[in-house]
Write a protein that binds this ligand. Structure first.
Ligand code: ZN
Length: 163
């Protein structure tokens, strides 16, 4: 079967969430394409071409890793709702069937941990230089991620402390 280059590039670059990071100044993010000297025209700092290339490919890799972070925030919201329902059922049924109630609380604690981990994962975007976000098509859901992160902890606390 002949390899369709268009299909191939769609597989590797067709990700609409992440565009290629152009070679940019590691200090200020100025795009260095076509700059004749090894000095950034924007911030005046010298740069090494090999370092700039490495920097761009490192960022590209990190952005690929983070491309699913909004999906994970959405998942943390679903987990939070599921955990709250599990806890509620556990509390309601716990009087009649204490073993069931305990099992439901344990499950809600685990779901709470996952909720927090999935929600706060989006904060990893803060490790990237601010200008990298300009290469992202969607804004990271930082506010919602923080909210589900906190509510995940609240779910754990409620699962332990709720009478
Ligand atoms: Zn610069």
């Amino acid at each position: 079967m002949p390899i369709d280059m268009h299909e191939l590039s769609k597989m590797t670059d067709g990700d609409t969430w992440v565009k290629k990071v152009p070679p940019s100044c590691p200090a200020c993010g100025y795009i260095l394409v076509g700059v004749p000297k090894n000095i950034c025209p924007e911030c005046g700092r010298p740069f090494q071409r090999r370092r700039v290339e490495q920097f761009a490919s490192d960022l590209q890799m990190e952005m690929r890793r983070l491309r699913d972070m909004n999906d994970m925030v959405d998942w943390s919201l679903k987990l939070l709702i599921a955990g709250a329902v599990i806890l509620l059922i556990g509390v309601l049924r716990g009087n009649a069937t204490p073993t069931f109630g305990e099992a439901a609380r344990c499950l809600a604690i685990i779901v709470g941990f996952l909720t927090t981990a999935f929600g706060l994962n989006v904060l990893r975007v803060n490790r990237l230089p601010f200008w990298v976000r300009e290469h992202m098509d969607d804004d990271p859901k930082i506010g919602l991620g923080q909210l589900t992160g906190v509510l995940g902890v609240a779910l754990i606390v409620a699962s332990i402390a709720f009478p």
